[in-house]
Design a protein around this ligand. Structure first.
Ligand SMILES: Nc1ncnc2c1ncn2[C@@H]1O[C@H](COP(=O)(O)OP(=O)(O)OP(=O)(O)O)[C@@H](O)[C@H]1O
Ligand SMILES: [Mg+2]
Length: 264
């Protein structure tokens, strides 16, 4: 479904600050697969997501969705395929607008007809319905400003907003990192549910090795702009957090003291 071929992203090319953030990514992701993505700071995880959303132009290579070459498509054109949720609970929403206004804007995403959110009775009923399914009681707070909500409530709403429109690919960039453990677990569970219900193809960047193994069915590790580990199935099921941590350390170039740690 998602196909990346020899994708390179080089920031500040041809200058002393040249920075090859992605150095030849080859990746095939079947429709409906849920991947987790790990890697150290600066490994290229966000850049990978930005390349998929069209936020940054790739320097070389090709990206296609369902066989359609989207490499040169701008963000707006990819919006009917791709939606994102960021680490900052404020990033995906308008703090000064009410919950229902935020939802109306999200529902109108990609449509240029009007900037005025359509808040008809029917729209409100739909929003109330979707909000009730979050189980947070937000269906009774449609007119509350977004800024009144907690980080977890905002992330739950960001997820809902990201997936209101028809879309197929959900990109999550450390979307639970700013949340306390209990709230993070709630938002993760909600993520799982939405991805499964909507049969989305999803990539979730996380610094939690536990979440990386618990969520989804495949895990990628990035290091210096390359995929250094790509595991799924039985191989992944066998891994525990300490194993993954060791693989992580090996990828970071830390001394290997025990060959067994490389898991054959
Ligand atoms: N817009 C940009 N302009 C210049 N360099 C950038 C830009 N965005 C990212 N980079 C650089 O590209 C490299 C990869 O960054 P990226 O944000 O993808 O890392 P990451 O794996 O998401 O890290 P983190 O875990 O810290 O979020 C880094 O060296 C970063 O400084
Ligand atoms: Mg990042």
């Amino acid at each position: 479904m998602i196909e990346m071929r020899h994708v390179r992203v080089t920031f500040n090319a041809g200058t002393p600050l040249e920075n090859p953030a992605l150095r030849g990514i080859d990746l095939d992701i079947p429709a409906g697969q849920f991947l987790t993505v790990i890697g150290g700071n600066g490994a290229g995880k966000s850049t990978l997501l930005n390349a998929l959303s069209g936020e940054i132009n790739v320097s070389a290579g090709r990206i296609s969705f369902d066989g359609q070459d989207v490499t040169r498509w701008p963000v707006a054109q990819r919006a009917r395929w791709v939606a994102r949720v960021f680490q900052d609970p404020l990033a995906g929403t308008c703090a000064e607008l009410t919950i229902e206004e935020n939802l109306a804007l999200a529902a109108a995403r990609g449509q240029w007809r009007s900037l005025r959110p359509a808040l008809t009775a029917a729209a409100r009923a739909t929003f109330r319905d979707s909000l009730a399914r979050l189980g947070l009681g937000l269906e009774n707070r449609l007119q509350d400003r977004m800024s009144l909500l907690s980080g977890g409530q905002r992330q739950a709403l960001s997820l809902l907003m990201a997936t209101l429109q028809p879309m197929k690919i959900l990109l999550l960039d450390e979307h639970t990192a700013a949340l306390d453990p209990k709230t993070a677990a709630f938002v993760l569970e909600l993520t799982r549910r939405i991805v499964a219900e909507r049969q989305l193809t999803a990539l979730m960047v996380t610094h939690s090795l536990r979440h990386a193994l618990d969520v989804g069915t495949r895990t990628l590790m990035l290091h210096q702009g390359r995929i250094v580990l790509d595991i799924a199935g039985a191989e992944r099921a066998r891994l525990d957090v300490p194993d993954l941590l060791r693989l992580f350390e090996v990828a970071q170039g830390e001394p290997v003291t025990d060959d067994e740690l490389l898991l054959g």
